[in-house]
Design a protein around this ligand. Structure first.
Ligand code: PEP
Length: 250
């Protein structure tokens, strides 16, 4: 079912002490009703974070996982390992994973399959680069990412899929898509899903916007019809700005 979600992607930030400081402050906050709050700390702090917020309405999310169930994959983390420390949601396909770690749509489709097989929820990121937008290829790129990464799924799988639209040119750059650009792409994503599956599935999938969301631009972006919340990088590292964003729904 479509939900309002604010998810913080901490990336490779916050060691144990910084994570603990954040959690102490977070647990003093009133979480706005009807908003699902999520945080994605580093692998090393997932267990501690999960234990710490177990009695609070906060979902702890992994930033990545490997596509194989187990085996000789030095340095990697499996779905079962995440689940064994209480983690049931994973971000897949973040643009940094796609560009720096060469994760392509085929690999991401495998990761999605493994996550769903392990009964996890996936926050699946899609987003075009600036050159795609400048050459008017942004819709094509997004539909390819959706088709190749997700459209092999069955209808029932979709209850465990959240989409994050994150234009690469807006991530960590301070530049954000205008509310109109965000709405246009979110509506396109919903229509693409409706055409591939059904209106019901498209209507029920939560689509988050990501890319330099801050306390002062969140409410305009979140007020768009097809924007169900945000995937927040930099501004999620500070409890005050993260909570301002969580309170930005009208
Ligand atoms: C992100 O990395 O998912 C992101 C949206 O980062 P930022 O908010 O810092 O642009």
């Amino acid at each position: 079912m479509r939900q309002k979600i604010v998810a913080g992607n901490w990336k490779m930030n916050n060691d144990m002490a910084e994570t603990e400081m954040f959690l102490v402050q977070l647990k003093k906050q009133v979480i706005p009703e009807g908003v699902s709050l999520m945080i994605a700390p580093a692998f090393t702090n997932l267990n501690h974070t999960y234990q710490s917020v177990k009695d609070h309405p906060v979902t702890v999310v992994a930033q990545n996982m490997h596509q194989s169930e187990k085996g000789a994959f030095t340095g990697e983390v499996s779905a079962a390992m995440l689940k064994s420390v209480g983690i049931k949601t994973v971000i897949l396909g973040h643009s940094e994973r796609r560009s720096i770690f060469n994760e392509d749509n085929d690999l991401l489709a495998e990761k999605v399959n493994t996550a769903l097989k392990n009964e996890m929820t996936v926050i699946f990121c899609v987003g075009e680069e600036l050159s795609h937008r400048e050459t008017d290829n942004h819709f094509k790129v997004i539909s390819e990412q959706l088709e190749e990464g997700l459209f092999h799924l069955s209808e029932t799988n979709w209850k465990n899929i959240i989409i994050a639209y994150e234009p690469v040119w807006a991530i960590g750059t301070g530049e954000t898509a205008s509310p109109e650009q965000a709405q246009e792409m979110h509506a396109f994503i919903r229509k693409t899903i409706a055409d591939a599956y059904s209106n019901t599935i498209a209507k029920n999938v939560s689509i988050l916007y990501g890319g330099s969301v801050k306390p002062d631009n969140a409410s305009e972006i979140f007020s768009q019809d097809d924007v169900d919340g945000g995937l927040i990088g930099g501004a999620s590292l500070n409890v005050e700005s993260f909570m301002k964003i969580a309170n930005a729904f009208e």
